[in-house]
Design a protein around this ligand. Structure first.
Ligand SMILES: NC(=O)C1=CN([C@@H]2O[C@H](COP(=O)(O)OP(=O)(O)OC[C@H]3O[C@@H](n4cnc5c(N)ncnc54)[C@H](O)[C@@H]3O)[C@@H](O)[C@H]2O)[C@H](O)CC1
Ligand SMILES: [K+]
Length: 505
């Protein structure tokens, strides 16, 4: 699914009006109708509805919702914010329709004091500003937003298209923004919805299709995309009936150290369950028995050192391996850094770099320039900051993420609620599978194993990164559905990987 900017959404709107064809007033009727239906499906008519309308088309949506809900027996009170701007043509049209049919529903808001006290169970609809927000909300309008936010504990707040005050494509940090419980948005995700810093504003996001013209959607390129099931299905390669274990590659995982062998075991198991043909694990001597006993499907090579992997560059032949994953539980010994440098000098194929291997890169940043093109780096936000520096907000962080992926010609998978996969060509894919139950030790090690396993099977790095992140999250969702977000562990993500392949693709 493409993620359009606010400007592109306006273009899509205009294109649909010209080519469907449909009038803008009818398109508004359709969009607001979807919101009214959503509301009716979730709240019975005894809930009183308080709609707050701006003077643009977002306010127009609110006016149409008011009329439709009144038609269906809801009690609706519709306040129009009188902030001086001229009402848009469609707003004016919808205002006249409401005035004619339900004049008693309407009242004007010129200040916070005009807002009535809301009865218990009231539902607040925020139709003040949508994608047309052109400047920060200030003055008494900001007072209205603060007043509505002050009702959050007592009443449900539903934002139409965007929580008012939120910018679709820019950071809204320290701005005045509605804090909705639900956001009903049209046709596609906006970039702002995918940034953790906006979670308190959007609440749960529901995307309602409103039939924007498919030609516009298909032919308009976007930098940001959401990895939806359609994309996943085109990436997935069914297995060849004549396959043997050589067909699906030989992977090498360099992971684990004294006290952190669990990370290596989790990675290895995930790599195997992702479908790799053969797996060798490189571990320090203390890890030999642990690995052999925990995962009999994997082969095991040990370092000379009892506790750390310091010499992997010497004893492995990189040509043997179709894919290498390095980092989980590795520790950050200087000797490991040296071995990593030698490995980067001798191994030319894309590899997966995670955890302590990333921490070593942040201590020795010149190593970043030795990473084979097409490699996949999987930092969490703290690792990302250590590698590339802090940013004032998450929009700036996304920009930095993309710049670094282009500069280093690698894929950078920034982990989070919506993991962002920045590609060397400038595209950024978001992943929306997964849940807070996965915020637990070992989840990242599982992802590294999956990605390494997919790379070994000849998935391109881009395909491996997108499919791997999606499978990891989907398996996590299945685990949470059966075990709860609290009780699930990283090992359960691996247990549910099989079902994720069967049910998700
Ligand atoms: N294609 C679609 O997705 C559809 C979207 N619809 C809805 O239309 C809005 C966008 O409407 P637009 O008129 O362009 O903008 P807004 O209503 O968001 O705001 C314009 C309004 O607000 C004033 N203004 C902007 N910022 C401020 C501010 N900070 N302070 C004061 N005033 C401000 C501006 O001057 C205008 O008066 C979209 O979000 C959807 O909800 C359609 O319904 C159809 C399909
Ligand atoms: K809104």
């Amino acid at each position: 699914m493409k993620i359009f900017s606010a400007a592109q959404i306006r273009e899509a709107d205009a294109f649909t009006i010209a080519h469907e064809p449909i009038s803008s007033a009818q398109l508004m009727e359709r969009a607001a109708g979807k919101c009214a239906t959503w509301l009716e499906e979730h709240y019975a008519p005894h809930y009183p509805v308080y709609i707050f309308c701006g003077k643009g088309n977002n306010g127009g949506d609110g006016l149409v919702m008011a009329r439709l809900l009144l038609d269906h027996g809801y009690k609706v009170s519709t306040g129009i914010l009188q902030y001086g701007a001229q009402a848009s043509a469609d707003h004016q049209l919808k205002l006249e329709a409401l005035q004619q049919q339900y004049p008693a529903s309407l009242y004007a808001i010129g200040d916070v004091s005009d807002i009535p006290t809301l009865p218990p169970d009231a539902i607040i609809i925020d139709a003040i500003f949508g994608t047309g927000m052109s400047r920060p909300i200030e003055g008494w309008l900001a007072g209205v937003v603060h007043h509505i936010n002050g009702q959050r504990g007592k009443h449900t707040i539903v934002a139409i298209d965007m929580p008012s005050g939120l910018r679709a494509d820019e950071s809204s940090v320290q701005q005045t923004v509605i804090q909705a419980h639900h956001t009903l948005s049209f046709e596609c995700y906006k970039l702002a919805f995918l940034l953790p810093e906006n979670a308190a504003y959007t609440g749960e996001v529901h995307i309602l299709p409103i039939g924007l013209h498919p030609d516009y959607i298909t032919h308009t390129p976007t930098r940001y995309l959401l990895a939806d099931p359609g994309i996943i299905q085109t990436i997935y390669q069914p297995r060849n009936p004549f396959a043997h274990k050589g067909t699906y590659g030989h992977a090498l995982l360099i992971a684990g150290s004294y006290g952190k062998m669990g990370a290596a075991v989790l990675s290895a198991r995930a790599c195997l369950r992702a479908g790799v043909g053969l797996l060798t694990c490189y571990v320090p001597q203390c890890g030999y028995n642990i690995m052999q006993l925990s995962e009999p499907c994997a082969m095991c090579v040990t370092d000379e050192d009892p506790h750390y992997s310091l010499h992997f560059h010497r004893s492995i032949n990189p040509a043997t391996y179709k894919a290498i994953g390095i980092g989980p539980g590795l520790d950050t010994q200087p000797g490991t850094a040296k071995a990593l440098e030698h490995l980067l000098d001798s191994y030319q194929q894309p590899m997966v770099i995670d955890a302590d291997a990333l921490n070593l890169l942040s201590v020795y940043p010149y190593l970043l320039y030795k990473i084979p093109a097409g490699s996949i780096l999987t930092p969490h936000p703290k690792e990302f900051e250590r590698l590339f520096g802090a940013t004032p907000n998450e929009v700036a962080r996304l920009e930095l993420l993309s710049q670094q992926a282009i500069k280093l010609q690698v894929y950078i998978l920034l982990k989070g609620r919506y993991s962002a996969i920045a590609c060397p060509d400038g595209a950024v894919y978001f992943n929306n599978t997964g849940n807070p139950g996965m915020a637990t030790g070992g989840s990242g090690d599982v992802l590294t194993g999956i990605l390494t396993g997919l790379l070994a099977q000849d998935y391109s790095p881009k395909a491996a990164a997108i499919l791997g992140a999606w499978l990891h999250g989907f398996a996590g969702d299945l685990a949470a559905a059966h075990l709860s977000q609290e009780a699930m562990t990283a090992a359960d993500i691996i247990q549910w990987l099989g079902k994720a392949f069967l049910e998700g693709i």
